[in-house]
Design a protein around this ligand. Structure first.
Ligand code: ADP
Ligand code: ZN
Length: 345
């Protein structure tokens, strides 16, 4: 008899999401009938894992954030029409954060919404992008400006995809893992200190442990604040300055937020009594995971983008600061003071 694989259930107010950790990709066909399935993936993943897509209708998009736009959505919709997708169609986005964001968005608007699920294949998508129900696209320089909140039916984690993940994408994903450790999980911070990317790459057991732990962290934060009025903001640690740097430089998201986290540590020292020694520990950990902690960037341009990005309340800006490693809070800071610290980093 075939052993039935039971998912873990993550309950959001409007949806229960089944999460299958550490399973084989082929499990999908026991969940959804083949005729109803349409896969969406990108060219890289399609080329590297062709055998997984055989016999299933598959839409292949161009890889990278550059293509997370309305034009790609239009092309997906055209292909869904050509494939005779109807209300019974079930879309599965298989890929990194770009694929899951766009697949979830396309599924949510096609015929006013059809069912969908995700198979995250990058560390970043596994621990961050595919949890929380945010789906959408970028418009010009504005990241995730257009989108919907809509949870998938299920998430499936098949860690064998990671065997082909480029090193740079491992590094990118660990920036979000370190972020989670900084804001929520001191114990995980220590665990990370004792590991390295190479160790994780060679141990499926360790990667399974760390991914599950990060899914739990993100899930709990989202669950505590589905409307994004408080706790969920903590997930933006390192992202205020990080996003602005990402926009003005060619740095990847992970690398930009790594610098953003160090900047946020300095701001935490200035306005929240955060210890310098802890900033050093975070800086050492980021360096261990091959992430940059400083970078020469166009300060003027980055500051302008930051101002534009942020919802300002008067002369203050709400900033995510650390209290200590494993605990964060939101504190108002005057734009004047922020600018001063920003210029000194
Ligand atoms: P994210 O970093 O948000 O996950 P992407 O979806 O753009 O963003 O994925 C990052 C890059 O990694 C893309 O070029 C994508 O094609 C590639 N990628 C994702 N998963 C894998 C994988 N398992 N094997 C090889 N390349 C992958
Ligand atoms: Zn991020």
């Amino acid at each position: 008899m075939i052993k039935k694989i039971l998912p873990q259930q993550y309950k959001f107010s409007e949806k229960k999401v089944d999460v299958f950790f550490d399973v084989d990709f082929s499990l999908i066909e026991t969940k959804v009938s083949k005729e109803k399935l349409i896969f969406i993936t990108d060219e890289n993943i399609y080329a590297l894992h062709k055998e997984k897509f055989s016999g299933i209708k598959t839409i292949v998009i161009k890889p990278g954030e550059k293509f997370k736009n309305q034009q790609t959505v239009n092309s997906i919709i055209d292909q869904l029409i050509n494939l005779h997708a109807d209300r019974q169609t079930f879309i599965v986005g298989i890929g990194g954060g770009v694929v899951t964001d766009i697949a979830g968005f396309a599924a949510s608007i096609y015929m006013r919404g059809i069912k969908f699920a995700f198979v995250p294949t990058s560390i970043l998508a596994m621990v961050d992008a595919c949890i929380g129900g945010k789906n959408g696209i970028d418009v010009g320089v504005y990241k995730n400006l257009v989108g919907v909140i809509n949870h998938p039916e299920f998430l499936l984690y098949d860690y064998t995809f990671l065997e082909t993940l480029p090193d740079d994408e491992w590094i990118n994903g660990f920036a979000e893992i370190i972020k989670h450790a900084c804001i929520k999980d001191k114990e995980m911070f220590h665990f990370l200190e004792q590991h390295s990317i190479m160790k994780f790459q060679s141990s499926l057991k360790d990667i399974a442990t760390i991914v599950k732990r990060n899914v739990d962290i993100k899930y709990n934060v989202v669950l505590n604040d589905e409307q994004e009025t408080g706790e969920r903001k903590l997930l933006n640690f390192g992202h205020t300055i990080g996003h602005a740097i990402e926009n003005t430089s060619k740095l990847s998201h992970g690398k930009a937020i790594s610098i953003g986290m160090i900047a946020a540590c300095h701001i935490s020292e200035a306005i929240n009594n955060f210890h310098k020694a802890e900033t050093k520990k975070i800086s050492d950990l980021l360096t261990k995971y091959e992430l940059p902690v400083s970078f020469s960037f166009d300060k003027q341009k980055t500051w302008e983008i930051l101002l534009h990005d942020k919802k300002k309340s008067g002369d203050n800006i709400n900033f995510i600061v650390l209290d200590k490693i494993g605990s964060a809070s939101v504190k108002p800071i005057s734009l004047h003071q922020l600018h001063k610290i920003f210029n000194s980093i």
